[in-house]
Design a protein around this ligand. Structure first.
Ligand code: GUN
Length: 287
């Protein structure tokens, strides 16, 4: 039997409608939710991602501003721009697109963005809040995966979830969210011995590695749910995920495609985080 494809594009479109309603309600109370995106340098992939984020703002009614800085921008200049945005009452969310040029510290950038405007959910205190199960802004990609699992009616409680990848911004928060939803969670990484023997135990298999063909058909338990966070370019320049999609489609029960899976939902969650940040700053509870 061929797996059901989880249509992230369609699910994200539904979320955007809900978010737009929240933005409209907030506007009726006198506050226009606003996101500022900073793009440093001329990485073409980052330019595409940023364009998609700005477009999503337009679709949800969020005011957006794109600040494009040259690759030669100094760290002091970048941090000063962020500090000015922290103080700007009209700005609810600040996102500095990564990767940054090598001479700029991503850590310093994340430490500088004020906690309540950290719509990426990358600030150490927001990650800490997640560890403690406290309210905070949650990293958009793992949150997107949780919403996709929910929309696809995947039972998380009691399931064995295997996350491949342990990055601070994706793999680790992904594992924490699954744990919070009562899954039994295993995190695999580059030093894991016999990866396939572990991934084959997964009811929910999530790949966040960024390498083509990390997950092949023989690594997947029949009827498992497979979520592909990877965004890679193949030899022909085509965007593909970490999962050998066509082969795994024949084994899995449910699977996300790339493109059209986690990506659009991640952007929807960024819009949601911006709305949440705007509501929190205005002390308006969730609508
Ligand atoms: N670069 C790739 N993905 C992301 C993301 O989610 N946030 C930021 N800030 N940069 C990225």
């Amino acid at each position: 039997m061929v797996a059901t494809v989880i249509d992230g594009k369609a699910i994200a479109a539904k979320y955007r409608i809900q978010i737009a309603q929240g933005v409209t309600a907030l506007r009726a109370q006198g506050h226009l939710a606003a996101l500022t995106v900073i793009l440093v340098g001329d990485d073409p992939a980052s330019a595409v991602y940023v364009r998609n984020k700005i477009r999503a703002c337009q679709e949800t009614g969020i005011r957006s501003e794109l600040i494009q800085l040259p690759a030669s921008t100094t760290e002091a200049e970048l941090l000063a721009r962020i500090q000015a945005l922290n103080l700007d009452d009209a700005v609810d969310g600040i996102l500095v697109q990564f990767p940054l040029p090598k001479h700029l510290s991503e850590k310093k950038v994340l430490e500088t963005i004020s906690l309540e405007k950290d719509v990426d959910g990358f600030h150490a205190a927001n990650i800490g809040a997640l560890v403690q199960g406290q309210a905070g802004l949650i990293s958009c990609t793992p949150l997107a995966c949780m919403k996709l699992l929910e929309a696809a009616d995947v039972k998380i409680e009691g399931a064995h979830a295997v996350v491949v990848g342990r990055s601070v911004n994706v793999g680790k928060p992904m594992a924490l969210l699954l744990l919070q939803a009562n899954a039994t969670v295993t995190i695999c990484h580059s030093a894991t011995n016999n990866l396939a023997s572990i991934t084959r135990q997964a009811d929910i298999l999530i790949s966040a590695v960024g390498r083509i063909n990390t997950i092949r058909a023989e690594m997947v338990k029949p009827l498992a749910t497979v979520i592909d966070i990877g965004i890679n370019r193949d030899a022909n320049g085509k965007i593909v995920g970490d999962v050998d999609f066509e082969a795994v489609l024949q084994v899995a029960g449910k699977i996300t495609p790339v493109p059209g899976g986690v990506g659009p939902m991640t952007i929807a969650m960024l819009m949601n985080n911006t709305l949440l940040a705007a509501q929190a700053r205005r002390k308006i509870s969730l609508l």
